[in-house]
Design a protein. Structure first.
Length: 277
């Protein structure tokens, strides 16, 4: 015989956990059976550490108390826990047990680096990164910048397809999102699992977002061996062919080259699917 109860509880910080407690009545053959025998040999009792049920809750505790009035009867209590999720419930529905309405919590958890081309160096009086003939190096100088990354987990409805999830990977924000300007956030999908969560069919998707204050656009110095009409770039005295500086329109110049910007990542509307309130 068993009976039980369950519910949602708020954990430390912004975490939600589903817990349940089940009560069993175990009957033994002798009043001399020990508690350990009841817990470990009684058929039908759960095992601590094993996952059970539709919500995949882990049995976290098992206890047995012998009845004083009838020592062959034991009241057994089993506790279950789904583990905490970094989520908070929606302000519009603060008591919702539907995980597809919960608001993810953003956690800064890592840093990474990215190499970028230097146009000028870091001297007290910055100077252009060119050789003594004022022409660009074949291999441009670069600097390593540190970027901040944060992760979050979001539950989503099963109407989402695998292609929908793939289309979100390696993308940038097409418009400002959470006060970050357009194309400064790169989104990666790191894990996706589909199942029943609190009896609700859903996707549980883990994301990672990396912030680059200079945007995720790629930039290149506008240099090359020829101009737009195919003429060779020449030095100031027009005696030798060089890799010349260009003005952004294919015309050779003898000042700093223009910088060309390319958007190499697909831009999508983060606000259309990432819940923030």
């Amino acid at each position: 015989m068993r009976e039980g109860q369950g519910g949602i509880k708020k954990g430390q910080g912004d975490t939600l956990t589903f817990t349940s407690t089940w009560h069993f009545l175990a009957v033994t053959d002798s009043k001399f059976v020990s508690r350990e025998e009841v817990l470990f040999t009684t058929a039908g009792l759960p095992f601590v550490g094993i996952t059970y049920g539709l919500i995949q809750a882990i049995c976290t505790g098992l206890d047995a108390v012998r009845r004083k009035d009838n020592p062959i009867y034991w009241d057994v209590t089993a506790t279950f826990d789904t583990g905490s999720e970094s989520q908070r419930q929606s302000q519009d529905d603060p008591d919702s047990n539907d995980p597809t309405t919960w608001i993810p919590v953003f956690i800064v958890d890592s840093f990474e680096t990215r190499d970028k081309v230097l146009k000028v160096d870091k001297s007290p009086t910055p100077k252009a990164c060119v050789n003594s003939a004022k022409t660009p190096f074949a291999d441009p100088l670069t600097e390593t910048q540190t970027l901040c990354a944060f992760s979050f987990t979001q539950f989503e409805t099963v109407s989402l397809t695998l292609n929908d999830i793939l289309d979100r990977n390696e993308t940038t924000n097409e418009a400002a999102f959470l006060s970050y300007p357009a194309r400064t956030l790169k989104l990666n999908v790191t894990k996706a699992e589909r199942g029943l969560f609190l009896l609700t069919p859903a996707w549980r998707i883990e994301y990672r977002v990396t912030y680059d204050r200079d945007t995720w656009d790629e930039t290149r110095l506008d240099v090359g061996p020829t101009n737009l009409i195919g003429e060779s770039c020449m030095d100031h005295k027009r005696m030798h062919k060089i890799v010349g500086n260009l003005n952004g329109s294919g015309v050779q110049i003898y000042t700093e080259p223009s910088t060309l910007t390319f958007r190499t990542k697909t831009q999508i509307a983060f606000a259309s699917f990432i819940r923030t309130a």
